[in-house]
Design a protein around this ligand. Sequence first.
Ligand code: ZN
Length: 68
Amino acid sequence: MAQPIKAGGKVEPLRKTRPCPECGRPSLRDHYPFCSDRCRTQDLSRWLTGSYAIPVAEDETKAEFPDD
Ligand SMILES: [Zn+2]
């Protein structure tokens, strides 16, 4: 059998692991860029909640603010 020749025998990851945006732990490829499906869901739910929390700006509803 032929022996595999590899330089150094080191296997470098294709991507650098980024910290999970939710909890800061190293992310996993399966859940990239998150560390787990839980964090992915949390981030998604937060994003959806945040979108609903955005107030609708209507010029007509604006009261007259006195100029300082
Ligand atoms: Zn996480």
